[in-house]
Design a protein around this ligand. Structure first.
Ligand code: HEM
Length: 160
């Protein structure tokens, strides 16, 4: 296999990672959190959330690594680092920003304090905590979808 084929493999892995990752974020945002908000027993709600999101967080960590590594590999093969200096490659900036936010949240903030902080917030004011959680997920999902549209169009030659 020459490097061209490795490049195509990296692109496929990248897109698979994006599908599993952002698809999961879409499920959590549009189905899971709205269903949890409907549960009136706040203790039950928190327990269910911790069980379900905990499983997804493990998967999300794995796909974040794969998506980042395959993206880095493609950039390196194309030697396209200078794209970060041009505004028409805004989708490259956005992809990288989203990756950075998720990496920070999943690998640093959540294990350090976010998990504990959210649990305490949810025990004090369950409705408020879950509304906040929903808002954060909606912002991240919207940015991710925008990055996907920009990246697919941009990498196939279309400029907005
Ligand atoms: C460190 C993080 C990332 C890096 C370095 C990176 C890098 C890249 C590169 C180099 C390409 C190929 C561009 C081209 O062919 O001109 C690409 C494509 C793409 N990336 Fe990323 N990416 C990253 C994260 C993400 C994230 C978080 C998303 C989703 C929100 C994403 C979605 C996509 C999509 C949909 C494509 C287009 C695939 C295609 O249509 O062929 N990437 N990325």
């Amino acid at each position: 296999m020459d490097s061209f084929n490795y490049f195509i493999l990296a692109r496929s892995v990248h897109v698979l990672g994006v599908v599993a990752w952002i698809g999961g974020v879409a499920f959590v945002t549009t189905i899971l959190i709205p269903s949890l908000i409907k549960i009136t027993d706040s203790e039950n709600r928190l327990e269910l959330f911790e069980q379900l999101e905990g499983r997804f967080a493990f998967q999300a960590r794995f796909v974040t690594l794969i998506t980042g590594a395959s993206g880095y590999y493609m950039l390196d093969i194309m030697n396209a680092w200078e794209r970060y200096q041009h505004i028409q490659f805004w989708w490259m900036h956005l992809m990288t920003l989203i990756w950075g936010i998720f990496t920070l949240v999943l690998f640093v903030l959540e294990p350090l304090f976010l998990h504990r902080w959210f649990k305490e917030k949810a025990i004090k004011d369950s409705d408020g905590a879950f509304m906040w959680l929903h808002r954060m997920h909606k912002v991240l999902l919207s940015l991710s979808l925008l990055a996907i549209v920009g990246a697919v169009s941009g990498s196939h030659g279309f400029q907005f």
